[in-house]
Design a protein around this ligand. Sequence first.
Ligand SMILES: [Zn+2]
Length: 249
Amino acid sequence: MKAHDWFIEHRLDYAVRTLGTEELRTFEAHLERCVECRAAVAEAEAELRWLPMGAAPVTPPPGLTRRLAAGVLERGVRRARWLWPAALAASLLLAAGLWTTGRIRIRQLNEEVGRVTAELAQRDARLAAALDTLGAIRTANRVLQARLQVEGREASLVIFEEKRSQRWTVVVHGLPPAPSGERYALWFICEEGMRQGTALPADAAGPAVLVVPIPTDLGAVLAASVTRESVAMTDGMPMKKAEIAHLAL
Ligand SMILES: [Zn+2]
């Protein structure tokens, strides 16, 4: 066996840093002189670079690798022959593992994308509604505003009337909880009668915004009336009804 064969067979050992101190020194000294080994080691290192080498390398017992190398050299067994195929197989196994991990990751990412897309669609809808409300407020032909004292609490009501879309955008804030069996409501007082526009939310965390169509079959709207009334109705009218605010147009 030529002296150079030892270096050829230990290129991978060098690349994966398993040479003993003495062997390492010998190999490094040889590398400085041998272009062929430098190229082979560089290639091996490039092949191995992406492998998870984070785990601390196992340090062989002192002299073990030297004894092994000596034995190999004495017997002339070219043990490195199977090392490359073994390393390749390990690489392929690792690559397969990474591939599977990659596929799982991709599925997770797809799920994430689906979730975010659904959330964005919801936000789009809310934003569209908000912009619509804002549009109605900006293009309002008339704004009515009232401050109400209800059971010692101050509440407020703002009505934006938009003629083009025939609707009121109503912003209500600060109504105290209605007594049991009762609720707050907004009524349209028209030339030819009155009609309930919408129930008004009470005890809300912040201002509530409601969009109410303006009735077109009862003549001109003369006023808005805020009532506290019984939920129970007879002949389309609440059984009990008390006006707490009146906004004349
Ligand atoms: Zn060499």
